[in-house]
Write a protein that binds this ligand. Sequence first.
Ligand code: NZQ
Ligand code: ZN
Length: 387
Amino acid sequence: MENFVFQNATKLLFGSGQEKDTGSETAALGKKALLHYGGGSIKTTGLYDRVKASLEEAGVEVVELGGVKPNPLISLVREGIELCRTENVDVILAVGGGSVIDSAKAIAAGVYHDGDAWDFFTGKAEVTKTLPIGVVLTIPAAGSETSAGSVVTNEEGEYKRAFGHESLRPKFAILNPELTYTLPSYQTACGITDMSAHIFERYFTNSTHVDVTDRLCEGTLRSIIRHAHTVLDEPENYDARAEILYAGTIAHNDTLGVGRIGDWGSHDIEHEVSGIYDIAHGAGLAIIFPAWMKYVYKHDVERFAQFANRVWDIEIDLNDLEGTALAGIEQVENFFDSIGMPTRLSDVDIDDTHFEKMAAKAVENGPVGQFVKLEKEDVKRIYELAQ
Ligand code: NZQ
Ligand code: ZN
């Protein structure tokens, strides 16, 4: 096990009706809030009105910035920074999914930065100070509600990049399973894929003696697989929605990743796809992850066989560990397919036109991945395997 320091200070308010406390939680952080949200789902569901009423009741002044797109853009981040400065905002409330939260994080850091907010994503600037962030989560997926990271797209150059800082972890996150009832099944499935991928990224490691976190990863994955079809078949099944919602947070709040070095190559490889083609991050991962697994499994066949056995109940064949490993990978692909995800680039009409460019961009700052370090030609092979 690797040495580690673990601290995740996000306060979780989980369960039915918890958004009633949005105002009081926000008031504990500041007097004037930027209410940040997406393309309008929170208005059609009525959440917007409830949140506004709660903020008003708690005496929080509100400035609004909606319109965050899935795969959020740096241009709106810049607009948000200006707005926070001119309005003297002292807290940001993100109501939505990963895109809204990530946009809020970039604004929160950008307010105190003299240069352009994109500097954080290129590593040109370090985060010094940030505005506090609160979250009302509407989709279990990215795990941004407790993570320290933010992923934003720069329209100029189609770069999708991440940056992170401990101070960006939201101070509180409200998680009410009922707020996820209105999710279209495609978005629900994208979220299930993303949270599964966050566990895969941590599970495939070269760190040894990590049995506790192996078992936590396997257990959480088994729960996700168990409840995935229920939430798709019965969108208003509170208990199943609650399991998936908490799994999404656990998958990415670092509990499962301590003491081990995660891989994260598939995320980097996927970001090039959603950066150029603007497909949902979860859908991109459903395509890239099985291809990545097929490309790297020989690096540690035993670990892949363990995964097949403990997550997918495939009997280990000691005479054919490779066969066991491959059967597990096939199950991953079948699972994504069964929840309505694309599993090939051709399923989303992406051909090989940009493979060269995407592979080059993925390794711009050096090889990607830790389990196996991948160079440009490897990344290109993975796009080809995903075709
Ligand atoms: O914009 P609105 O109208 O709200 O609609 C959204 C959006 O179209 C809709 N939606 C959300 N909640 C809903 C709902 N529709 C109906 N009812 C609800 N309750 O869902 C769509 C997708 O929203 P988005 O926020 O984009 O989804 P997600 O949470 O999957 O976030 C994806 C982004 O997070 C990044 C991804 O790269 C991607 O840009 N990630 C962030 C991470 C982090 N910060 O730690 C880690 C992840 O690996 C990931 O990279
Ligand atoms: Zn992800």
